[in-house]
Design a protein around this ligand. Structure first.
Ligand code: MF3
Ligand code: CO
Length: 256
């Protein structure tokens, strides 16, 4: 069942979203060559606690996972697409890093992810990230009352496919509210005019996951969590939680 949120509930989600955006920006600033990925997670943990929020991923145990999630963030480096578990890996010049974070603040959740390159960037990596960001913005722009979910998926997919990138098959966004994962599922591909009609009060995360090599195939890492590209090429993942409102889409995970 899809639960519509009131304007004051949307404001509460935006307050959680401001914490997410601020923490992501602060952790990104610390992500330089030589830094250990687990230290970035520790920094996120402190910042989330300092903001009076609860890290949603920690101990989260979805059906697809073998174990409860052991960290505050997902940090996915290079060929890791999503759900990278922060570990002892040390970041090197030119690494492509995606950081995903959700928090609960006052019982409301917000979820967002950023991708960027550490140190000197390969132009191909910057193009991949730029396309992922444009794909996300196209999806947000399509999140208009009266449109359908298929219009959002179509907008996301059109940008990614025009650039001949692969997309993580079977993965997409999701409703957000008191829970991180609520109905509806928000596919990254769709047909115009198909699917659920969008109404003011609908809140969901849009999260394109692009694969540089152009195939949609992925594999599970031995850790049971990390999804990696099957061809070993790099991937980018960006995400915002947004609300459909009378006056258009509102991004809820922007800086406070
Ligand atoms: N932001 C991720 C998503 O929407 C959630 C990561 S899974 C977790 O799929 F277990 F780490 F929470
Ligand atoms: Co998400």
């Amino acid at each position: 069942m899809v639960e519509l949120k009131t304007p004051s509930e949307i404001d509460a989600i935006a307050a959680a979203g401001a914490v997410v955006a601020d923490v992501l920006a602060a952790v990104r600033a610390q992500a330089v060559p030589g830094v250990r990925v687990s230290d970035l997670d520790a920094a996120a943990s402190e910042l989330v606690a300092g903001a009076g929020a609860r890290p949603t991923f920690l101990n989260y145990h979805p059906r697809f996972a073998p174990t409860p999630y052991p960290a505050v963030t997902c940090i996915s480096v290079n060929d890791a697409v999503v759900h990278g578990v922060p570990g002892p890996q040390v970041l090197a010049d030119g690494d492509l890093v995606s950081i995903d974070l959700a928090v609960h603040l006052d019982d409301w959740c917000a979820d967002s992810a950023i991708s960027f390159v550490v140190g000197a960037a390969d132009p191909g990596d910057l193009a991949l990230i730029d396309t992922a960001e444009r794909s996300l913005l196209a999806g947000i722009d399509a999140a208009l009352a009266g449109n359908r979910l298929g219009d959002v998926g179509h907008a996301i997919q059109a940008v990614a496919r025009a650039a001949r990138y692969g997309m993580l098959a079977d993965h997409g966004g999701h409703g957000v509210g008191r829970q991180m994962h609520e109905a509806p599922h928000v596919p990254n591909e769709g047909k115009r005019g198909r699917g659920m009609r969008l109404e003011p009060g609908l809140v969901f995360a849009i999260e394109p996951m692009l694969i540089a090599g152009g195939t949609d195939r992925y594999r599970h890492d031995e850790d049971g969590w990390t999804l990696r590209t099957a061809d070993g090429s790099r991937a980018a993942h960006v995400e915002h939680t947004i609300a459909v409102t009378e006056s258009g889409p509102r991004v809820l995970t922007s800086k406070g």
